[in-house]
Structure formats: C-alpha cells, structure tokens
Design a protein around this ligand. Sequence first.
Ligand code: ZN
Length: 84
Amino acid sequence: MSDEPQLPPIPAVGDILDRKKRFVEKKHSIVKCGACQADFSRLFKAGDFVFKKLTDEECEKCHKSKSLTITEIYSEWIDPKKKS
Ligand SMILES: [Zn+2]
C-alpha cells in the first residue's frame, strides 16, 4: 500500500474556456408561409425579429413572395472543428 496522495486531476477549466471560444453561434429564423402554410428555417439575417414580414424573400416550398412571416428565432452552438 502506498501513502502517496493521489492528486486529483487538474480541473479542466482551460478546456472549457477553449471550447467556449471555439464554439460558434449559429442563428436561425423559422419562417412560415401564409400561402402554403409551410414552415422552414433559414439562416438568421440582420434585422430579423419574430412576427416580421419578409416581403423581399420567397417561400422555399411554393416560391410565392410577400407571404412569409418569422415565427421563431433560435440559435445553436456549433463546433466548427467537429464534422457533424
Ligand atoms: Zn409557401
């Protein structure tokens, strides 16, 4: 039996910080089409907000414009080094 103290592993604070720095926030807006009722998400664009009407974009599904409304905005953190 050894009396040598077992040092706990060094807390991986640096790791966590590095990871935080490494992650990239990716924002999406969920858009609903008033013409065909389709929901889809697309990349967040500057100026997006919930209930905003997108008069200059067309629906991904039916390709009608001026009928899209943003219903939700969400963001996710992705690791650019990780291949999904
Ligand atoms: Zn549509």
